[in-house]
Design a binder for this molecule. Sequence first.
Ligand code: PLP
Length: 391
Amino acid sequence: MKKQTRAIHTDFPRRDTYGALSMPVYHTAAYEFDDADEMADAFCGRVIAPDYSRVLNPTVMFFEDKVKALTGANDVIAFTSGMAAISTALMAVAASGKNIITSRHLFGNTFSLLTVTLQRFGVETRLCDLTNIAEVKEAFDENTCCVFLEIITNPQMEVADLPVLANVAHAHNVPLIADTTMIPFTEFDAHSLGVDIEVVSSTKYISGGATSLGGLIIDYGTTPGFDHRIRFELIFNLGGYMTPHAAYMQTLGLETLAVRYQAQAATALALAKKLRGLAPIKRVNYVGLEDNPYYAISRKQFGPTSGAMITIDLADADECKRFINRLKLIRRATNLFDNKSLAIHPASTIFGPFTDEQRRDMDVLDTTIRLSIGLEDVEDLYEDIRQALDN
Ligand SMILES: *Cc1c(COP(=O)(O)O)cnc(C)c1O
């Protein structure tokens, strides 16, 4: 079966009593057992059966199975948010005295998780230019526990070479962990590019129009002990497992993911091309534009689409503020890949709590507006941007 068919048709592990066509929402904290032995087997992991919904829940397991069927992963674990998935994945590989090799170009909370929170527990973060492989090699030592990156950085839109990074990581026996939120796993095969573990904010494309928060760890089984440590230690102790209601909504979102994504990515490309004709816009940054420095590598790794995030640069921060205030159709909001198009000024919002110097280090410019393209008609979006730039 092709991916789109698999996204729709996933067998229930056990048939629902009423033959419900949608996986029911099992809104229960606990599960009853017929006898003491069955109970002991479930609690000790000898049999995979839900005992408590912080650890397993049938609605969440169904969502995980769908992602497994679409990615071919060894194990998929769903979380309450992208940050819960990322923090749990990093806590599974790191320990006091270990170091993580990553980039300065990271989602704001991930940057803070690495440089503030994990730092407090004795984990060092080594920030390098992941597009400079000599610098990456230099950063390794015997305490390096993983290489972590985002496949298209936000808002800089940098794309590193995944197979090259994977080779270096594997030569040191550590996994390459990639945040693949920007291009859904229905579009490209991260594992064939050398990625050992994917982490995803399923809040974005998968949730189906910002219906709920969610996160995924997609484990390809190449890191010894990784998913076992999550399933039998961190899920219990950190408590970030997805809730059944979110899993229900995200399962529906998954069914329409490829269709929505294709439409949003096509609109983003068409809009990016049109925006280059507007004089007040100094730069349009989108990896799907042929003269973008990351166009070729993005095509090679992710295929013909480039996601639905565009950034534009205006003359200065005041211009950005005026532009945002004048928008009529595009919503002033954070988040990515809602069905509605969204605009935000990253420097004063997501990266607002950082110092000027930190923002400079991260290449987050005062002049940049981030646009997340939704499912509206491209002409209407263009017209809104055009009128917001006028006078
Ligand atoms: C939104 C986002 C996250 C965080 O996900 P939440 O679901 O908001 O916790 C992490 N990484 C990237 C690339 C994101 O866009």
